[in-house]
Design a protein around this ligand. Sequence first.
Ligand code: ZN
Length: 133
Amino acid sequence: MLVRPASEVPTEVVEQGACGTTVKRLVGEKEGAPNFYMRLFELAPGGSTPLHEHPWEHEVFILEGEGALWDKGEERPFKAGDAIFVAPNERHQFRNTADKPLRFLCLIPASGMCGAAVPSGFTQPDATASGGQ
Ligand SMILES: [Zn+2]
């Protein structure tokens, strides 16, 4: 078992197609998790994750702030306390629409690598962006 404050986990800047976004990998391969990974994302005001899709799902819980989720071309607002499910292969993007930080937990299966290197099967809809997430 493992108990530790998130403050002890290194903060990584999410580059590749994201803006103003950092991630802490709270639980993952390094911690010996075989099936599920838990990440803590923080988006600065105006920040966003890339518009992208992949074969695995996201289970997200909004801890702090508010934002909008790109869903089939529409902006779906969300706020602290909301739970979000992004099904496999649904194109999505998280944006911070407020003037304070947006923080959320994002859970993925161990096969998913959102926020890491470009996984196989990843499609970046914006060809002008530098790679994918
Ligand atoms: Zn994703």
